[in-house]
Design a protein around this ligand. Structure first.
Ligand SMILES: [Zn+2]
Length: 291
């Protein structure tokens, strides 16, 4: 069954890219405050309620606005269509086996020299060119993407803001009230999420949760679940020799030694992991980046 899923990957690739292309067009429009998309984004906040549960549409708009900030900080998508299509193929496969398989996910490789990956609410996931370039096979790529899918499916970014009470007491927002305090509060919630996602990092428990989700999801998709450990070990080596850790998976995530130890203790849940696939050939064919 698992191997069947890998074979079936080819079928989803076309739809994944077309959705992704549409999103990038739309992202350009977000930059323009008079665009339809920006207005929809302001309007989306009307959907917020005092229950603090936001619907998918709102979550997605919040996420796309954070995604734009991410592009500004880390760089635009790498102009390599076959690479982007391939990353979407692998990402869509793991997302389909995640705990939240029903929302649309988009993946993009950003032209950044810093090893990092991040996810915004709603399912947009970025991985840096530098992080892709240290990977050796498809299972490792799947593991990083599945870790980020884990953050999206557990709504970690949104939860960290709710915990900071940014959404509390917001009540029902109307377009008019957005101009006043509520609008400011909403904007500061976005600002808070930016800080969490790009500078401070999510809390440790959430990161460990995403690591475990990555292992489980890659395994369910048919990949060797120990790939996540291999990725972290590579980063650990790099960390030892790297002076500038700002903005990387080193600075926004818990200590790598702790993450590796936790994942190793979970490997016994997958006694057949050694015979699971890593798909080196296809990875090498599609990912040609300077190491
Ligand atoms: Zn993470």
């Amino acid at each position: 069954m698992r191997f069947f899923l890998l074979v079936a990957l080819a079928a989803v690739s076309v739809s994944a890219t077309s959705v992704s292309a549409g999103f990038f067009d739309k992202m350009q429009n977000f930059a323009n405050p008079d665009s339809k998309e920006s207005k929809i984004f302001s309007g989306a906040s009307q959907l917020l309620s005092s229950s603090q549960e936001i619907d998918y549409k709102t979550e997605r708009y919040i996420g796309e606005s954070l995604a734009l900030e991410g592009l500004q900080r880390f760089g635009n998508p790498v102009k390599n269509e076959s690479l982007q299509r391939y990353v979407n193929l692998v990402g869509t496969a793991v997302a389909g086996n995640s705990k939240r398989a029903t929302i649309p996910y988009q993946f993009a490789v950003l032209d950044s020299p810093v090893q990092n990956a991040f996810a915004v609410p709603g399912g947009v996931i970025f991985i840096s060119r530098a992080l892709v370039s240290i990977l050796d096979d498809e299972a490792e790529l799947a593991a990083v993407l599945a870790h980020e899918v884990g953050h999206v499916s557990a709504k970690h970014a949104l939860k960290s803001t709710q915990r900071a009470q940014f959404f509390q007491g917001v009540g029902t927002i109307t377009a008019a009230s957005l101009k006043g305090n509520k609008g400011k509060q909403f904007a500061s919630a976005i600002g808070d999420m930016q800080m969490v996602l790009f500078d401070k990092g999510l809390d440790k428990t959430m990161e460990f949760e995403a690591d475990l989700a990555a292992m489980e999801t890659t395994y369910r998709t048919g990949y060797d679940p120990s790939a996540m450990i291999r990725v972290l070990e590579k980063l650990q080596k790099l960390e030892a020799s790297s002076k500038d850790k700002k903005g990387s998976w080193f600075s926004t995530h818990p200590p790598l030694a702790e993450r590796i130890a936790r994942l190793k203790s979970q490997l016994r849940k997958y006694p057949d992991y050694a015979i699971m696939t890593s798909v080196q050939g296809r990875f090498g064919k599609n990912v040609k980046l300077n190491k």
